[in-house]
Design a binder for this molecule. Structure first.
Ligand code: NAD
Ligand code: AKB
Length: 320
């Protein structure tokens, strides 16, 4: 493992992943060495109050470059994005934030010799022509959402910067991330988080995908572990860079409901699919993550039932 970066910028730090990633980075690298940023503010935010903070719109190239120079940044975890469901409501904004934001971060990194850039991709990079079971690392990438289009384009442009400029850029195709700290920000897999909140708060849930909808999912502690294991891996051991498949759980909405019922027997779920069903139907059911396992030792730690027990305990502490 290498830890050769000292001053870290996190973009989109108030989001579902950014908020927990920032906390872990501050634990590992020191509170004052991790600068959180976002386009918005949140009242009583532990991210904003727990260390250095700055407002930053990643679509503003000058602001991104100025932040990198003035704060002496040598690593960026670029979490700012518009996710799939919001992206279908406003595809032009999705393209602007996801693509301009990515290019602005890459350009600032190239010009100022930043030693490492982490830019996530997603299972949304795949599409209906992709094999849906054990989706291979190298396969058809023809997504049908604007979000997916930006994720494939992002992977390609990141790999271009690795090849053309020797920039150290790394990224994972995250599955749907399940967590209890910060609500997800407008994705198709949000039902897999909402279901736990509603189970604790109301004992019933109306799910926006069918009961048999199977997608790859991952609990947040595994997401943070995957992100940092990849970020801290030796560059020389990497064959891939910006597009690692990472698997953990492959579960249906009904499987999650069943796991919750082991703790809340009366929990009831109605299934009323909306426009997000069509998006979910184009994504993998499971992924082949052997490249991540071989190149940087990826191994998930949480399964469905251990995640459910932990989620319910954390949400009960929060709400009851
Ligand atoms: P999120 O929507 O929860 O957070 C994104 C953050 O970006 C928000 O706080 C938002 O305010 C901020 N943002 C939006 N526009 C911005 C701008 N112009 N400038 C600066 N900040 C801006 O997203 P997340 O779930 O934390 O996702 C982080 C990354 O992981 C994204 O690249 C996303 O595509 C990827 N990802 C997430 C999941 C998941 O299930 N959460 C799955 C696959 C991939
Ligand atoms: C979304 O549903 O948009 C995200 C993702 C899988 O990229 N959670």
């Amino acid at each position: 493992m290498t830890k050769d970066f000292k001053r870290i910028l996190v973009t989109g730090a108030l989001g579902q992943i950014g908020s927990e990633l920032t906390a872990e980075l501050r634990d590992r690298y020191g509170r004052d060495n991790v600068i959180a940023s976002d386009i918005k503010t949140v009242k009583d935010s532990t991210v904003m109050e727990g260390g250095p903070w700055t407002l930053l719109d990643v679509t503003d190239a000058d602001a991104v470059e100025k932040t990198v120079i003035e704060l002496d940044i040598d690593a960026v975890f670029h979490m700012a994005a518009i996710l799939s469901a919001t992206g279908e409501q406003n595809p032009q904004l999705c393209w602007k934030v996801n693509m301009d934001g990515t290019i602005n971060v890459l350009e600032a990194a190239r010009k100022h010799e930043i030693s490492r850039v982490i830019i996530p991709s997603s299972i949304a990079a795949f599409g209906p022509e992709t094999p849906r079971k054990d989706t291979p690392q190298e396969t058809v990438l023809r997504p049908k959402t604007m979000y997916g289009v930006t994720k494939v384009s992002g992977e390609l442009v990141c790999d271009y910067y690795v090849r053309k400029y020797g920039l150290d850029v790394r990224g994972l195709r995250y599955p749907g991330i399940i967590s209890s700290e910060t609500l997800p920000g407008g994705g198709t897999t949000d039902y897999a988080v909402d279901i736990y909140y509603k189970a604790v708060q109301e004992g019933r849930y109306t799910c926006f995908v069918r009961e048999d909808t199977m997608l790859p999912m991952m609990y947040m502690p595994d997401c943070i572990k995957a992100t940092l294991d990849l970020a801290e891996a030796d560059f020389g051991s990497l064959v891939h860079h910006s597009d690692f498949n990472v698997g953990a759980l492959s579960v249906t909405a009904g499987d999650i409901a069943g796991s919750i019922r082991k703790h809340i027997p009366g929990f009831s779920v109605d299934y009323e699919p909306d426009y997000r069903q069509a998006i979910a139907d184009t994504w993998p059911m499971s992924v082949d993550d052997s490249a991540a396992r071989e190149e940087w030792g990826w191994k998930p730690e949480w399964d469905l039932d251990s995640m459910t027990a932990d989620m319910l305990e954390k949400l009960r502490d929060k709400f009851l």
